[in-house]
Design a protein around this ligand. Structure first.
Ligand code: TTP
Ligand code: MG
Length: 348
């Protein structure tokens, strides 16, 4: 081992909302809520909200209707994932250019191992923030610490546009006073059970013997709690996640009841998916189809194959078997073919 690690965690500020404001600068400074189709009188939940809307109590996950009650003056906008993914790719490209050791944690966050860089943590963080701002117009919050757990907690500490650096000595002074919910991996259930043990802060958690935690929560989670309270985390940066599935789907210009059209479409989708698998060097163990009728009723069927495949023929055959298990009694709007349980031939 060569010295202490320096792990950076980056989380975009009010991400979906911030992207929307780039194309609606007139809404800057106003309460804006992003969710569903952007119509608070219809079903749907809040994806995120600007900090101005959060001041009224609006939170991710609450029904749009509730958000409207809390903040009737808010502007509601629909979710546009394609646009957010474009910005997600751009901020991650900046991070990767600083260090290739990046762990992608979803649309608006990632870890970066910056141990090997010969600049101070603060200089690295400032450079990343400045370049993301220049290239996207967006702000983010960054935490840097000796491990992923503390880095993530650090990035939360000064949102928005924050920069927080934690060293091991900070655990007692800056982590222990926080409530246990600030530990990534402690949810409302654990919080409740800890409260019954009179444990509310991370410092109080650190005072509980490991045997008690293991008895209460089982070995693996008990030890996790014990170590987390001390800021201990040896989890490595995972730079490459294996994809779980691949799929292709198509929506007909006009709903169709024509069997030939349906069969031809399934065959073409199966061919495309097989081609993609081979391009990427994967094989699939499951094949499934998705079928949406004109009335939006959607059905899926899946088949597990005796062994992983990447050839067109077995994938097409399996897709047709799945299709045969559905009753085609209405016009069809959309068809999809999906392959899952992917593996690489050399790793099975
Ligand atoms: P978060 O990082 O949790 O939230 P945020 O980026 O909007 O705000 P913050 O400044 O506090 O980081 O989530 C990132 C995006 O993920 C968010 O913009 C919208 C989406 N999201 C949902 O769609 N549903 C949810 O329940 C949450 C929590 C997030
Ligand atoms: Mg965020």
């Amino acid at each position: 081992m060569s010295g202490a690690r320096r792990i950076l965690h980056l989380d975009m500020d009010a991400f979906f909302a911030a992207v929307e404001l780039l194309r609606r600068p007139d809404l800057k400074g106003k309460p804006v809520v992003i969710g569903g189709r952007g119509d608070p009188t219809r079903r749907g939940v809040v994806s995120t909200a600007t900090y101005e809307a959060r001041a009224f109590g609006v939170r991710s996950g609450m029904p749009l209707r509730t958000a409207l009650k809390l903040c009737p003056a808010a502007v509601f906008l629909p979710v546009d994932f394609a646009e957010y993914h474009r910005y997600s790719d751009r901020f991650k490209a900046v991070m990767r250019s600083v260090s290739p050791l990046m762990e992608d944690r979803g649309i608006d966050e990632a870890y970066l191992d910056v141990s090997a860089l010969d600049r101070s943590s603060e200089a690295v963080a400032r450079e990343i923030k400045q370049r993301i701002r220049a290239e996207t117009g967006l702000t983010c919050s960054i935490g840097i610490a000796p491990n992923k757990l503390l880095a993530k907690m650090a990035s939360e500490m000064q949102k928005p546009d924050g920069l927080t650096i934690l060293v091991p000595e900070d655990v007692e002074t800056r982590i222990w006073p926080l409530g246990v919910r600030k530990v990534p991996g402690i949810g409302p259930k654990t919080e409740g059970r800890l409260a019954e043990m009179s444990v509310h802060t991370i410092g109080e958690l650190a005072a509980v013997p490991v045997e008690t935690l293991v008895e209460e929560f089982g070995r693996s989670y008990g030890v996790f709690l014990y170590e987390a309270a001390r800021g201990i985390d040896e989890d490595p940066i995972v730079t490459h996640w294996e994809p779980k599935q691949r799929s292709r789907e198509t929506t007909f210009q006009e709903d169709t009841g024509d069997w030939q059209t349906i069969a031809r479409t399934i065959a073409a989708l199966a061919r495309d998916v097989a081609e993609e698998l081979r391009d990427e060097g994967y094989r699939a163990r499951t094949v499934g189809i998705k079928l949406r009728f004109a009335d939006f009723e959607t059905h899926t069927r899946e088949k597990t194959l005796p062994e992983p495949v990447d050839a067109e023929l077995p994938i097409r055959k399996a897709a047709f078997e799945c299709l045969g298990r559905l009753k085609l009694d209405r016009r069809v709007r959309l068809l999809g073919v999906r392959v899952g349980e992917l593996s690489r031939p050399d790793s099975t």
